[in-house]
Design a protein around this ligand. Structure first.
Ligand code: GLU
Length: 421
């Protein structure tokens, strides 16, 4: 089977197996961690603006709760399926463990293209989905957040829905909320900021000057857009950007601000039709193979596969998305000496500031943005150093080193708590 159709859950299990083997995790614990603890599938009706009723399907999967309540985003996408949500939930478990925040991993998804919905339909779908999965949710149980195609407004509707059921306001049941209802300053930029910090740290280790680095970013949303902007501000030349409408390449560097302003002015919120002097349009597939120093896949999973891994020209890949590189492609990149900063480290900035938001909400005491960014940087750089040093010491790819740290923490917690009853 070509990896382009690689099942993300099988990829996630394969990555886990490598770490479990190296760590000598006991068979019983391995069997627990290899599969999600809970899976909820829901089919639910939504009244459409034309008077009809449509039934949608969604999921909430909790992979592991050993280290705390479940944490992870909710995505709206036509290609959502249960195995994808399982993989994303498992990756959340490792991500939270790696950066040592007290959560287990979860993920949710609804099979829908939100661009086909009106604002009213989107709100009704969100409120009904939140109601259907509400049996799992709570500040001490399971705390959703944004993911692909969901945003702060959608989080506000979810928080409001849960609060209406309870009869009082429960800010800490959701993170990634708008700041005016208990969201954290710095949350919106956190994932992209974390990605940019990882590029900076790797450049330091490789004695590279950021000014000399050409960067290509796949994805121009909350992760890719922010990472591109921050890397540009740090002195990098961002030569390639892609969103769902295609790729845009300019050898001397793209004007990220102008591209962001263009997207904001378009009803479809995309780069379709964007033009600039000396800029060439290209496909998403071509974009990944551009000559550059750093490639940041910040869109969907299965982008770097065994079909294109040998043609990736970047020397450094920093995974803004979850699961953009298949295990088969990982092997090819490692052979070719391409360094990959893995998703569970590179994109952890979002969930780290989600944790800060949850803590601030529970304490009803809010921090300023400088504080948030400083604490984010400390956690991200600390985790990076631990992973980088372990990888050097044991001559392992960064992904394997990151898994060794994360899986050991979750296995220890599971072992310490014991098997009930
Ligand atoms: N969806 C984001 C992720 O994949 C953030 C999750 C969160 O903040 O809970 O890490």
């Amino acid at each position: 089977m070509p990896s382009e159709q690689a099942n993300p859950f099988h990829s996630a299990q394969q990555q886990f197996d490598v770490a479990a083997e190296l760590l000598n995790i006991p068979e019983g614990i391995r069997a627990i961690l290899r599969v999600p603890q809970r899976e909820l599938s829901v089919n639910f009706p939504v009244k459409m603006d034309n008077g009809s009723t449509k039934v949608f399907t969604g999921y909430r999967v909790q992979h592991n709760l050993s280290r705390g309540p479940a944490k992870g985003g909710i995505r709206y996408h036509p290609q959502v399926d249960l195995d994808e949500v399982r993989a994303l939930a498992m990756w959340m478990t490792w991500k939270c463990a790696l950066v040592n925040i007290p959560y287990g991993g979860a993920k949710g998804g609804v099979i829908v293209d939100p661009r086909q919905l009106t604002l009213g339909e989107l709100e009704r779908l969100t409120r009904r989905f939140a109601t259907e999965i509400s049996i799992l949710l709570g500040p001490e149980k399971d705390i959703p957040a944004p993911d692909v195609n969901t945003n702060a407004q959608i989080m506000a509707w979810m928080m409001d829905t849960i609060s209406m059921h309870r009869g009082y306001t429960v800010p800490a049941v959701i993170t990634g909320k708008p700041v005016n209802i208990g969201g954290s300053l710095g949350r919106a930029d956190a994932t992209g900021r974390g990605v940019s910090l990882m590029v900076r740290e790797m450049a330091r280790r490789q004695n590279r000057n950021l000014e000399s680095m050409a960067v290509v970013v796949q994805g121009f949303g909350n992760v890719g857009g922010v990472a591109a902007q921050l890397l540009h501000e740090m002195g990098c030349r961002v030569v390639g950007i892609a969103d769902a409408s295609g790729g845009y390449y300019r050898r001397n560097g793209l004007d990220i601000r102008a591209m962001q302003a263009y997207v904001a002015s378009q009803p479809q919120r995309s780069l379709a039709g964007y033009k600039a002097d000396g800029m060439e349009p290209l496909s998403n597939a071509e974009l990944l193979e551009l000559p550059c120093d750093v490639l940041i896949p910040a869109a969907m999973e299965n982008q770097i596969t065994d079909l294109n891994a040998s043609r990736i020209r970047a020397r450094l890949v920093v995974e803004g998305a979850n699961g953009p590189t298949t295990p088969a492609a990982d092997a090819v990149l490692a052979d070719r000496g391409v360094t990959v900063v893995p998703d569970i480290l590179a994109n952890a900035g979002g969930v780290i500031v989600s944790y800060f938001e949850w803590v601030q909400g529970l304490q009803e005491f809010f921090w300023d943005e400088h504080d948030v960014n400083q604490k984010l940087e400390r956690v991200m750089v600390g985790a990076f150093e631990q992973v980088y040093n372990l990888a050097q010491e044991r001559r392992l790819p960064l992904r394997t080193a990151a898994y060794l740290v994360a899986v050991q923490r979750v296995a220890d917690a599971t072992l310490t708590r014991g098997v009930y009853p």
